[in-house]
Design a protein around this ligand. Structure first.
Ligand code: GYE
Length: 310
């Protein structure tokens, strides 16, 4: 692209910005899209040398990776943290080494805000609220708005911002309605396999389930398989509310298996590239940056699907 050509001219090969990126893992379609976005943008053509480390969903691996980045004297460290807590020590080491840290996607929970330079990601709490706002309107539209409705929740990785925010947003918004009740809630680790397994156990529990809220699309896909396996019709017998809005979720909605997916945008690469350049030029950057997101119900899926980038 012309932009890449321009970047190439500006950044001679010996001037590449070295970025160490500690990624959560490859647990979901969202994650794969996030990795691709980072790899595509933090390319040599754009003036970067990217060192990529996959943590396999384990924070201890991330801490090791960050220490490696420090000893390799990278210019910038980027972390998509698995969980919010447990970052003080290693970020203190990065600070002592004078290496700026950009946090992407999930947040970290530290008292000393100088331990990272900036963060870019989603408002997970708002996503949870938006999901329930959509749900309650939808149930009203079905004429079921004042029924006693049982909700099952498949949570993401416990202690991750995406889980914490969505859980709280959903609970707070649901608490406004006395007829909605969360009867089952368990983690499916954000993976399809675990989502299916936990949904199977939800179904075996004998609880009546009217609505499933899966904290990401991949767990919803697993749950949909579990429902079909016991002869239930997903999106009808059990309303399916999900998060991320990856391409496969649009396919699932078009197939009639899912009712809604609340968007979570994984395309952080361009934003991170800009931030890394600005930081290297000594500029002050905004500390907290949220990305824009929408809500995509099944009715709009066929029309919107062709425009989706991930
Ligand atoms: O929703 C899920 C992924 O942190 C926003 O992590 C991210 C979440 C995303 O595994 O699919």
């Amino acid at each position: 692209t012309p932009a890449q050509e321009e970047a190439k001219e500006e950044a001679p090969a010996n001037d590449l910005i070295t970025v160490g990126f500690s990624q959560v893992g490859a647990e979901s379609d969202w994650r794969v899209a996030n990795t691709n976005s980072m790899k595509e943008t933090l390319s040599e053509a754009n003036g970067f040398k990217l060192i990529f480390a996959d943590a396999q969903q384990k924070q201890e691996n991330q801490i090791k990776a960050v220490r490696d980045f420090i000893s390799q004297e990278v210019d910038v460290i980027v972390i998509a943290p698995v969980t919010e807590t447990g970052w003080e020590t290693v970020l203190g080491e990065a600070k002592d080494a004078g290496i700026p840290v950009i946090i992407v996607d999930r947040m970290i929970n530290v008292t000393d805000q100088s331990l990272y330079t900036c963060w870019v990601g989603s408002d997970f709490y708002q996503e949870g609220v938006d999901a329930v706002k959509w749900l309650t309107e939808y149930m009203n539209g079905l004429g079921r708005g004042s029924e006693n409705l049982n909700v099952a929740v498949l949570q993401g990785t416990i202690g991750s911002s995406a889980e914490i925010g969505r859980t709280k947003g959903v609970r707070d918004e649901l608490s406004k309605y006395s007829n909605y009740k969360i009867v089952l809630e368990q983690t499916g680790e954000f993976t399809q396999a675990k989502g299916q397994e936990v949904m199977e156990s939800f179904l075996k529990s004998g609880e009546k389930i009217d609505i499933l809220i899966a904290q990401n699309d991949n767990m919803a896909f697993g749950a949909i398989d579990a429902l079909k396996a016991v002869g239930k019709v997903p999106a009808k017998d059990v309303i399916i509310v999900s998060f991320d809005a990856v391409k496969a979720a649009f396919e699932s909605m078009i197939a009639g298996d899912m009712n809604v997916s609340v968007e979570c945008n994984p395309l952080h690469g361009p934003r991170v590239a800009e931030l890394a350049k600005a930081i290297m030029e000594g500029k002050t950057v905004e500390k907290i940056q949220y990305v824009e997101e929408g809500v995509y119900p099944a009715e709009t899926a066929a029309e919107i699907m062709p425009q989706r980038q991930y």
